[in-house]
Design a protein around this ligand. Structure first.
Ligand SMILES: [Zn+2]
Length: 209
């Protein structure tokens, strides 16, 4: 069983949904740097406030800061399995992450890339909402509340075509080299994410077992 996992792929490829299913089935806790930094900000830690200053300036947190938040997350869960959703997203983060895992003597087991074409991504981004209470992603507009917990559903602030364009450009420039890196290291597996959730999860479960 693979228990040290990163889940990569373009926006709206289904990473959050699959991370939730992996957590439910295998009890592997998942985390994304964005959520971790938001938590740190709410807790008022130095790291959280630093990250917030970048966000408010419309900039991405620097690689070293993102790796630091991962370091603290891992240190607080000594030796536990992990699944990082959307991390690492640059070669700089990848190098810092590898150093960190080497220090801990716990190398990565697998990098799974969920793939989806531009049309699917565009449609999903425009049709999805996120539960404010539990973070569940809900497709379409049929539900007025979160089917999982009854929480309120909201559009994500960056789910519009303009900001999708920016995120896609950034993905191509910064994250595709990360995929190539893991491919070279024979750690990369790709899964087509433009299929029903259950079919995607079946493939992922087979990769992890
Ligand atoms: Zn919910």
């Amino acid at each position: 069983m693979k228990t040290r996992i990163v889940l990569l792929g373009p926006p709206a490829a289904g990473k959050g949904t699959q991370a939730g299913l992996i957590r439910e089935r295998y009890g592997i806790e998942s985390a994304s740097p964005g959520a971790m930094l938001r938590e740190q900000k709410l807790a008022g830690t130095k790291l959280g406030l630093k990250a917030d200053a970048y966000t408010r300036a419309g900039r991405l947190a620097p690689d070293a800061l993102v790796v630091q938040v991962i370091r603290e997350w891992l240190a607080a869960r000594n030796g536990a399995p992990f699944l990082f959703d959307g991390f690492p997203r640059s070669l700089g983060q990848t190098a810092g992450f590898e150093e960190l895992l080497a220090e801990r003597g716990a190398p990565l087991d697998i990098a799974i890339c969920l793939e989806a074409g531009p049309d699917v991504i565009r449609e999903r981004v425009l049709r999805r909402r996120v539960c404010a209470a539990c973070g569940n992603t809900v497709a379409g507009f049929e539900d007025s509340r979160c089917p999982r917990c009854g929480g309120a559903l909201e559009r994500r602030g960056d789910d519009n075509l303009e900001s999708l364009e920016t995120r896609m450009t950034e993905y191509r420039e910064k994250s595709e080299p990360v995929l190539a890196h893991y491919r070279d290291k024979k750690l990369l597996a790709t899964v087509a994410g433009d299929r029903p959730v259950e079919a995607v999860f079946k493939d992922i479960a087979a990769l992890l077992s």
